[in-house]
Ligand binder design. Structure first.
Ligand SMILES: Nc1ncnc2c1ncn2[C@@H]1O[C@H](COP(=O)(O)OP(=O)(O)OP(=O)(O)O)[C@@H](O)[C@H]1O
Length: 455
């Protein structure tokens, strides 16, 4: 049986197993993991500058686990659900249990990445944020960020894990089912391109983000509900209800550079009726014949074939450093370019920039988003919305139907870059769910510069 056919059968079994009871699920997981091992004979050598659709097998995986994420059950989830799969699929791994904030960042900054075929994060989205920024802080960031990254949900939000599952077109899954789905993708080892967004903070510091930037209601709920983390994903609903009772309005300015769309969804309209995209179908893959003794190799490149724009900076020691250039962004103290759309000074309830489909396991913010669509999906809600209408929006978001509510206070734009200048003296801004300095921020998308293990 060919690897492709075996995988198709195995995936079918897995999909059936997903809707059955958990015990059957685990037995299925073991069965397909064995089948993957038997079917996966790909031993393709890595070639610089070529994006493969498959992690080399057998591959060496570093799995970073935050034992304190979510309900503090990450280690039990790993040993109960993931360990057996990896063993069955003959995926060698090294477990790194993080001890404190920034531990993972330091590990990946210092790691010899030639020793690893993939970095996998078993935690919430916060640990992945650290890993991505650790990679981008390295001298060799351009190669480092090409290391395939995997996600296994262990937190309370798990937005990226839910998004990756959504891109695979599988029926929605939560909790252990979502973990099994992500474990399955890890065993398969398919890799696609992933956009990152560079974020400029008031102090001129720059961060890299894979998920979202939020201000107002969403950021407040995210941070305030952290104290309910032990209840899992439902913390967001609890936080939403609490924050609704004390709804705040924030003054600010917003400006953005719209995506130049010729055939895409019209502005302000939902694309929730279109089927969720397959991440790998979004990649122009083709079989490349290799040497007679090797299996063919799937080569992929990002749909967004942007070349990375770079600049150099002379450091205090006289050394020149090559940096990723944010060519769309003026300095934060300069006005935005005339080509940008400026929203006149407004009273906002929330501003949310998101670049994955899910904001949390059960919040489908952008049903049609793709991991490498080269777009920031910018939402804002202006003042005047009633509390029940805002609650309705978030309840509709569970099914990705919020843009179909016809709410006149909700605006959606697909953009390449934006700037947010809060005028209210106090508030919270989050990047990938982590609080950052409060003040003017701006961001630009970098299409397909990272790589993600996907379905
Ligand atoms: N051993 C540890 N103890 C405490 N904090 C840790 C530890 N390891 C990592 N961290 C930090 O915990 C923070 C939160 O982690 P993470 O976001 O992964 O989980 P979470 O907040 O429970 O999940 P979610 O973001 O989905 O709600 C991260 O910023 C990370 O740096």
């Amino acid at each position: 049986m060919s690897a492709g056919v075996a995988r198709q059968r195995v995936e079918q079994c897995f999909r059936v197993a997903l809707v059955q009871d958990p015990i059957a699920n685990l037995q299925e997981a073991e069965r397909w993991a064995r089948a993957i091992r038997d079917a996966s004979a790909l031993q393709a050598p890595r070639r610089v500058g070529v994006m493969y659709a498959e992690v080399r097998r057998p591959c060496r995986v570093m799995i970073l686990v935050n034992p304190n994420s979510g309900r503090c059950q990450t280690m039990q989830l790993f040993t109960g659900h993931v360990q057996g799969m990896l063993t069955e699929a003959s995926v060698p791994y090294t477990l790194v249990i993080t001890e404190a904030k920034n531990h993972a960042r330091d590990v990946v900054k210092k790691a010899d990445l030639t020793q690893w075929d993939a970095l996998v994060i078993m935690s919430g989205d916060g640990l992945l944020f650290e890993v991505i920024n650790g990679l981008m802080e390295r001298e060799d960031w351009e190669q480092a960020i090409q290391t395939p990254i995997g996600i296994l949900p262990g937190g309370s939000g798990n937005a990226l894990a839910a998004s990756v599952h959504h891109y695979s077109q599988a029926p929605p899954a939560w909790n252990e089912e979502l973990l099994l789905s992500c474990g399955f993708m890890l065993c398969k080892g398919l890799v696609g391109a992933m956009d990152l967004v560079s974020v400029h903070l008031p102090s001129r510091k720059r961060l890299f983000s894979f998920l979202s930037i939020a201000w107002g209601f969403v950021a407040d709920v995210d941070i305030e509900s952290e104290k309910y983390r032990h209840v899992g994903g439902i913390r967001f609903l609890m936080g939403t209800l609490v924050r609704l009772a004390t709804l705040r309005v924030y003054q600010g300015r917003l400006a953005f550079l719209p995506v130049d769309e010729t055939s895409n969804v019209p502005k302000g309209k939902s694309n929730s009726t279109s089927p969720p995209p397959s991440m790998c179908s979004s990649l122009p893959c083709r079989h490349i014949p290799s040497s007679p003794n090797q299996n063919s190799v799937l080569r992929c490149s990002s749909r967004n074939q942007n070349t990375i724009s770079k600049s150099t900076e002379t450091q205090s020691d006289g050394q020149t450093k090559v940096l990723l250039s944010d060519s769309l962004l003026p300095s934060l103290d300069q006005p935005v370019p005339e080509s940008w759309t400026v929203v006149k000074d407004e009273d906002f309830v929330l501003v949310l920039a998101i670049y994955q489909s899910h904001l949390a396991e059960d919040l489908l913010a952008v049903p049609g988003a793709m991991v490498d669509d080269g777009a920031i999906h910018l939402f804002y809600v202006t003042a005047g919305i009633s509390r029940p209408a805002l609650l309705r929006l978030f309840l509709a978001m569970e099914k990705g139907a919020h843009l179909d509510c016809g709410c006149p206070y909700l605006v959606y734009e697909k953009v390449k870059a934006f700037r947010l200048e809060p005028l209210s003296p106090q508030g919270v801004i989050t990047v990938d769910g982590e609080t950052v300095e409060y003040g003017p921020v701006q961001a630009q998308v970098h299409p397909g510069i990272a790589r993600l293990i996907c379905g």
